[in-house]
Write a protein that binds this ligand. Structure first.
Ligand code: PLP
Length: 395
């Protein structure tokens, strides 16, 4: 039976990791993989997480199933983080939280829910978008379309985006990145979110907001601006939240599918359907990551430590963005790459061409994906002068 099955090439990023490991250049730089790194190139466990885990180890009494929606304490912690303390949406009982295996799991739940409950609705994603979006929705049987997001000059193409949204058939699903757009780093301004809200309302579209980097852009609340604006002003919104990056618990697979409905009654209806989708996929989500998050968010002391650590990560990235552009100044390239300082989150569409990316890898041991997307957390104050010199050499 398996004889005719062809092998497919591995994930491009995984290939990049392998090539990086093998490279013997002592100055090599990894700008490929999508995890946060500190100045030493490590992805450490946050102190708040370690302390929460110590408490869990001491106090946990059972490993029984936690149910298809996950631990209620986790949902109660994530909802105000995403929608805001005292949010009118929460007050009205319009939001449902379902713990999921990572943001990816939440996206797959959303996709299956849409495919089952909203037949005939297509999904629209930004061009470019996180490559996994291109796999998840068709895997659930949905048809995918793209709307423009970046222009030929490597700038946010907001006019193109808005123009395309106005053409989307009524009732279709539009996927928006809440903040820290992956792969480009181009985010919408508050004014642009307002305009998106108007179009979404006018065209009666269903927004699906992917919120994988809350706290990595401008701040926990600032990054939630678009999410909260849409949730408060529309009857129906789907949000997929991830705790992988902001708690640094990538391997614990901790995410949340949030459905906002018109009222509490409709929320309970859609919530019951989400439980079925979760059950059919994996029955119950893994418990540990959610337990860490709720332990932290339900403790004033741990939440303060966590917020400080998150701020440190965010500040480091934003400082490195500015310092990268500074480092290019002596080469007269600061204007050309000024966008890197303006973009937000872990990733940047640098504007480097595939040929330049190849040369950076072959001649300088600098690794990034061929689209020119760099993981800014891979910059360090030690490697910036080398990076600048290499980029100047390929320009
Ligand atoms: N959405 C986007 C845009 C992402 O970049 C990622 C992770 O890279 C995810 C979702 C999923 O994150 P998780 O690791 O929690 O599944």
């Amino acid at each position: 039976m398996f004889e005719k099955i062809e092998r497919v090439p591995g994930d491009a990023i995984l290939g990049l990791i392998e090539a990086f490991k093998k490279d013997t250049n002592p100055q090599k730089v990894d700008l490929g993989v999508g995890v946060y790194k500190d100045d030493q190139g490590n992805t450490p466990i946050m102190r708040a997480v370690k302390e929460a885990e110590a408490l869990l180890l001491k106090n946990e009494t059972t490993k029984t199933y936690i149910g298809s929606h996950g631990a209620p304490a986790y949902g109660q912690a994530v909802l105000p983080m995403v929608l805001g303390e005292g949010s009118a949406v929460l007050e009205a009982g319009r939001a449902s939280a379902t713990q999921s295996p990572g943001g990816t799991g939440a996206l797959r739940l959303a996709a299956d829910f849409i495919a089952k409950q909203l037949p005939g609705k297509d999904v629209w994603v930004s061009d470019p978008t996180w490559p996994n979006h291109l796999g998840i929705f068709p895997a659930a049987g949905l048809t995918l379309h793209k709307y423009p997001y970046v222009d030929a000059e490597n700038r946010l193409d907001f006019d193109g985006m808005l123009g395309a949204l106005k053409q989307i058939p009524e009732g279709d699903v539009v996927l928006l990145h809440a903040c820290c757009h992956n792969p480009t780093g181009f985010d919408l301004s508050q004014d642009q979110w307002q305009q998106v809200l108007e179009v979404v309302r006018e065209r009666r579209l269903l927004p699906l907001i992917d919120f994988a980097y809350q706290g990595f852009g401008a701040g926990l609340d600032e990054d939630a601006y678009g999410v909260r604006l849409l949730a408060e002003n529309l009857d129906e919104v789907i949000i997929t939240s991830s705790c992988s990056k902001n708690f640094g618990i990538y391997c614990e697979r901790t995410g949340c599918l949030i459905l906002v409905a018109k009222d509490a009654e409709q929320m309970e209806n859609v919530r019951s359907q989400v439980a079925i989708v979760a059950r059919e996929n994996y029955s119950n989500p893994p418990a540990h990551g959610g337990a860490i998050v709720s332990e932290i968010l339900h403790s004033a002391e741990l939440a303060t430590i966590w917020r400080e650590e998150l701020t440190e990560m965010r500040d480091r990235i934003n400082t490195l963005r500015r310092d990268f552009v500074e480092a290019l100044k002596p080469y007269g390239l600061d204007q050309k790459y000024a966008c890197v300082a303006e973009q937000r989150g872990m990733f940047s569409y640098t504007g480097l061409t595939p040929d330049q990316v190849d040369r950076l890898r072959d001649e300088f041991g600098i690794y990034m994906v061929r689209s020119g997307r760099a993981n800014v957390a891979g910059f360090s104050h030690e490697n910036l002068p080398y990076l600048a010199k290499a980029i100047a050499a390929v320009n």
